[in-house]
Write a new protein. Structure first.
Length: 266
């Protein structure tokens, strides 16, 4: 006998408000400051802040102070937790629902046409953006062209190389480059993975889509070697999830565009 006495998942109730859902849609794509969210939603800041607090109470949204301008606070969606709660809610109706198929399908759903050009930016182009470049090249295959640069380029960190090597990705041949090197190039997406880079990001030709993923610099973690390496591994895991989701969106967008153009065949 099915029990009808169970209350709805709090997760589902929190999604039921239009503003909260719009906030999640925005934060699934990029990290934002409250002023930016207010501008996107065209709502009063106190109202946006209230709904952000409700989402934070359910641990769906996280906040952290900018590592660039310490007066700013960035909000981000905890995508792995959202997915976990979403799948748990779905499986309460259908135990066979879910799994990793949807997230994995895009890896087999290669599309045709010009690859999407993506530039990852951080401060020193030594860890976060280098790992993102390597991951995007591996996961995106022929659908993307991935690059990375820094506002104050340094050299690739050995811990970043090791974090990628453990995933079967070799970035030992990558080098740190200045963002000035790409100033005149056109990109489809410019992704900042560092608050400082986001707050000083130059304007690129062609109006690329700007996305911000706020990752703290693993190079600044002090302590034993194992602890430091763990910080790089944590960033690598976060980047992997973000990049997988972005690739789903990129491929879905390209497939929809190909349907609208009868001359393009899949």
């Amino acid at each position: 006998m099915i029990s009808l006495s169970k209350a709805p998942f709090p997760f589902l109730r929190i999604l039921g408000h239009q503003i909260r859902w719009q906030l999640l849609l925005l934060l699934a794509h990029s990290d934002y400051r409250v002023q930016e969210l207010t501008r996107h939603l065209k709502r009063p800041q106190n109202l946006v802040s209230y709904h952000l607090r409700r989402l934070r109470e359910h641990n769906l949204v996280r906040e952290h102070r900018s590592t660039g301008d310490r007066r700013d606070v960035y909000y981000s969606l905890d995508l792995p937790r959202f997915r976990q709660l979403y799948m748990a809610a779905g499986q309460s109706l259908d135990p066979g629902l879910g799994g990793t198929e949807q997230l994995a399908d895009h890896k087999r759903a290669g599309t045709v046409g010009t690859p999407a050009r993506i530039l990852f930016l951080c401060t020193h182009n030594s860890a976060r953006s280098q790992m993102a470049e390597g991951l995007m090249r591996q996961l995106g295959a022929s659908d993307v062209e991935a690059f990375s640069a820094g506002t104050e380029p340094g050299s690739v960190r050995p811990e970043a190389i090791e974090a990628m090597r453990s995933r079967g990705i070799d970035i030992s041949g990558q080098t740190s480059k200045s963002v000035a090197q790409f100033a005149e190039q056109a990109f489809d997406y410019v992704v900042t993975v560092c608050d400082r880079a986001k707050e000083s990001c130059p304007i690129f030709p062609g109006h690329p889509e700007h996305i911000h993923w706020s990752f703290e610099d693993p190079s600044e973690v002090a302590g034993p070697a194992g602890l430091r390496q763990g910080a790089f591994e944590q960033v690598a895991r976060g980047l992997t999830h973000r990049i997988n989701v972005l690739l789903i969106l990129i491929r879905r967008k390209r497939q929809e565009a190909s349907v609208e153009q009868p001359g393009v065949r899949e």
